[in-house]
Design a protein around this ligand. Structure first.
Ligand SMILES: Cc1cc2nc3c(=O)[nH]c(=O)nc-3n(C[C@H](O)[C@H](O)[C@H](O)COP(=O)(O)OP(=O)(O)OC[C@H]3O[C@@H](n4cnc5c(N)ncnc54)[C@H](O)[C@@H]3O)c2cc1C
Length: 403
């Protein structure tokens, strides 16, 4: 990566997993791409359950071979009603072999995925890295002017906002965002345990939110524990021994003795929905385009679909001699993403609300829905396939492979 030129087809702002993936996908298509992103060690202990097409996409980007041996396969997903309420849902068990797959996907520590993405991004001469922040972004008629924090000016015909939930790119494009604070937080930490997880991810549904134990390689799991903000604050303040005991109790000892590993993080939860996904020469990907609670492992999987779609739309536009930032090109991207993002945000919101609800009819409806999914094979298989990716999603080609 070099920084000889200051005018690009595309500039990607933000170097989280969504930003790096989109920068690689674009560079792979031959588009001249600037990546404005600080090089910094990944700062939290989140892991990502990469589902379905996400692994194929990372394979096509030549990222997956660099990290797949550090990921744990996910073959079974269990949903356990742990609300203790009068009306409880039966346990639902999704098994990948029921839909003809060896695995649903793989769980990997974000820091390891990021290392693989960074290593791949460093290989492209088409990709110019600015180890900096974007300070000012000004969409104009023919291009977007960008000024970095260190005062470097550059321009691009299209800017991709991969700059997370407080997106400057989104603000620069004048895209409004609907935001709802959920008054819940997710506590994340990793554990080792005495019984094997057998590649089974188990999600306990509590009246405050889900607590999920997701396999990591060896006898280890990542834990995402969603609770009211006050309870999450209490949990994060526990000693290692106390949190180990609390996690073991919450897991009903299915993993045997639990020992928490160093490192905990707290994520206040919200739902954020921008009114558009692209406007004024700016297209949004990742959390700049959607923030949802960590239920069903959908966030980054959607972010990777954003990355694949914008890279394909840009490649098609450039091949056809179009301006990649032109309104009709942005409209294609917006249409490609709208149904996927809107339907998943809605489904996750309903799943979360129905879990928290004290309203008896809502609890009955939830229990009945889970009972149907658990006992009716075709319904269960539809739920599994939809959980991996939208069935109606058109196949897109990114560089060399399908996702
Ligand atoms: C507890 C928890 C568990 C989760 N588990 C899963 C899961 O299992 N599966 C899944 O698919 N998803 C999961 N998610 C969601 C997933 O973590 C997010 O979707 C993903 O990390 C978002 O990545 P991103 O690249 O869009 O944003 P970020 O990781 O926030 O990256 C944005 C980057 O942009 C940079 N930036 C900001 N402003 C500027 C600027 N002006 N100039 C340059 N750079 C800038 C920031 O420094 C940052 O590096 C989970 C989320 C949480 C909270």
């Amino acid at each position: 990566m070099n920084d000889a030129s200051t005018s690009y087809d595309v500039a990607v702002v933000g170097g989280g997993p969504a930003g790096l993936a989109v920068a690689i996908a674009l560079a792979q298509t031959g588009a001249t791409t600037a990546l404005i992103a600080r090089r910094a060690p990944y700062a939290d202990n989140r892991t990502t359950a990469l589902l379905g097409g996400s692994v194929d996409f990372l394979q096509a980007l030549e990222v997956w071979p660099r990290c797949h041996d550090k990921a744990a396969p996910l073959q079974v997903m269990r949903l356990v009603d742990d609300t203790g309420r009068l009306i409880r849902a039966p346990e639902v068990r999704f098994s990948s072999d029921e839909i003809g797959l060896d695995v649903f996907g793989y769980n990997i520590e974000n820091r390891l995925l990021m290392e693989a993405l960074e290593a791949r991004a460093a290989e492209f001469s088409e990709l110019t890295r600015f180890d900096d922040e974007a300070d000012a972004i000004n969409p104009q008629d023919a291009d977007v002017a960008i000024l970095t924090g260190q005062g470097k000016p550059l321009s691009a015909r299209l800017v991709i906002g991969a700059d997370g939930r407080h997106s400057l790119c989104r603000q620069a494009a004048g895209i409004e965002v609907k935001r709802r604070d959920l008054k819940q937080s997710a506590l994340t930490f990793n554990i080792s345990h005495s019984r094997p997880h057998r590649n089974i991810s188990t999600e306990f549904h509590t009246p405050q939110g889900p607590c999920v134990f997701v396999p990591l390689p060896g006898d280890r799991c990542s834990v995402v524990w969603v609770a009211t903000s006050g309870e999450a604050e209490r949990l994060i303040a526990l000693s290692d021994d106390e949190l180990s005991v609390a996690a073991e109790a919450q897991s009903h000892s299915i993993l045997g003795r639990i020992a928490v590993e160093p490192g905990r993080h707290l994520f206040p939860l919200s739902i954020e929905q921008p009114r558009q996904f692209a406007r004024h020469r700016v297209a949004l990907v990742g959390e700049a385009a959607h923030v949802i609670p960590p239920i069903g492992a959908q966030g980054l999987n959607m972010g990777l679909r954003d990355a694949a779609d914008i890279a394909a739309v840009v490649a098609e536009a450039i091949a056809a001699g179009e301006d990649p930032g032109a309104p009709q090109v942005l409209k294609r991207y917006d249409s490609a993403r709208r149904a996927d993002i809107a339907s998943r945000t809605f489904a996750i919101d309903v799943a979360n609300r129905s879990l928290l609800s004290d309203f008896l009819p809502m609890q009955s409806l939830r229990a009945a829905g889970l009972h149907l999914i658990g006992s009716v094979g075709p319904l269960r298989r539809i739920a599994m396939r939809e959980g991996l990716a939208p069935s109606w999603r058109p196949t897109r080609r990114v560089g060399v492979d399908e996702i």
